[in-house]
Design a binder for this molecule. Structure first.
Ligand SMILES: C[S@@+](CC[C@H](N)C(=O)[O-])C[C@H]1O[C@@H](n2cnc3c(N)ncnc32)[C@H](O)[C@@H]1O
Length: 276
């Protein structure tokens, strides 16, 4: 796990435009593991991400379950959520998602012979970052929630065991368990990404777009990303070529900032801020 991950599990400072500072406290959950053979790895996740070990699931709310299938985010009455880069929706999107012609790839400025280095500043369940890595870009997945970072670390561990994808996953995907504002602030000049990609959590209820059940669960667990205007500012100062912000199709521009151009798909808009 140490190869895959760099961890800085701590609160993030969100500076609002008005200048006030809020400490964003990471949500930490209890971790259940009833399989003795998996106990050592469960202990590593527990230590690395600061989870409490539970013997049985709590009576209500979210918890993490580590089983032979992997690490899952669970909630009573809902299907478990895990990061599966090998099969399921991700396997399907990798094979049939439209390749470099899909709006996400076009928004990144991918061209024949050019695969931009990308910082996925809001990695979440890693779906967009994984697609971009499968198309040839080197992607740094930055995720500040210890819960999501642990799910990603576990998904990457299982991807590393898959004969079909392990080589390019090892080469193209790196996880940073940290706030991307801090990562972008600290990145070496030579390592500055060509593109910073942002897909912040949109406040629920503002959009009529039907959100997928996973994203609904994340909204419930983490709440909206209130500091994304600040992240956009830092991203625009750091990206060598462009910042791309994913928005629901009819949503306002992030922070009221007009993009250089936008690329639309059925339900989504990618606002592109050229920084060259
Ligand atoms: C809507 S989800 C992203 C979904 C992702 N694009 C995918 O394909 O799975 C937003 C995620 O960004 C993370 N996030 C928001 N602001 C962040 C920041 N400044 N640094 C790191 N992670 C951040 C949140 O914790 C959340 O997990």
């Amino acid at each position: 796990m140490a190869d895959i991950l760099t961890t800085k599990a701590r609160g993030s400072i969100a500076k609002t435009r008005a200048g006030s500072i809020d400490e964003i406290q990471p949500v930490r959950l209890g971790l259940v593991c009833n399989d003795n053979a998996l106990s050592r790895q469960a202990g590593l996740y527990q230590q690395q991400f600061g989870f409490e070990r539970l013997r049985i699931p709590p009576g209500s709310g979210f918890y993490l379950l580590y089983s032979i299938q992997g690490l899952a985010l669970c909630q009573h009455g809902a299907s478990p959520i895990w990061v599966d880069f090998v099969a399921g929706a991700m396997g399907h999107r990798r094979r049939f998602g439209g390749g470099r012609g899909q709006p996400l790839a076009r928004a990144m400025g991918m061209k024949p012979g050019f695969n931009p280095a990308i910082c996925d500043a809001t990695a979440g369940l890693g779906r967009d970052g994984f697609v971009l890595a499968s198309l040839g870009s080197r992607v740094t997945l930055c995720e500040r929630s210890p819960v999501l970072a642990a799910l990603l670390a576990d998904g990457l561990q299982r991807a590393a065991l898959d004969a079909e994808i392990s080589d390019w996953v090892a080469q193209n995907l790196k996880l940073e368990s940290t706030d991307s504002s801090d990562w972008l602030d600290a990145v070496d000049e030579a390592q500055r990404p060509d593109v910073v990609y942002m897909d912040p959590m949109y406040p629920p209820g503002k959009s009529k777009v039907l959100v997928k059940k996973e994203i609904r669960a994340l909204q419930q667990l983490l709440g909206p990303d209130r500091d994304s205007s600040r992240l956009l500012e830092i991203a625009r100062q750091t990206a060598q070529r462009r910042v791309v912000v994913k928005r629901p199709k009819r949503a306002d521009w992030l922070a009221g900032e007009k993009p250089s151009t936008s690329i639309e798909s059925k339900k989504t808009r990618y606002d592109v801020y050229v920084t060259l």
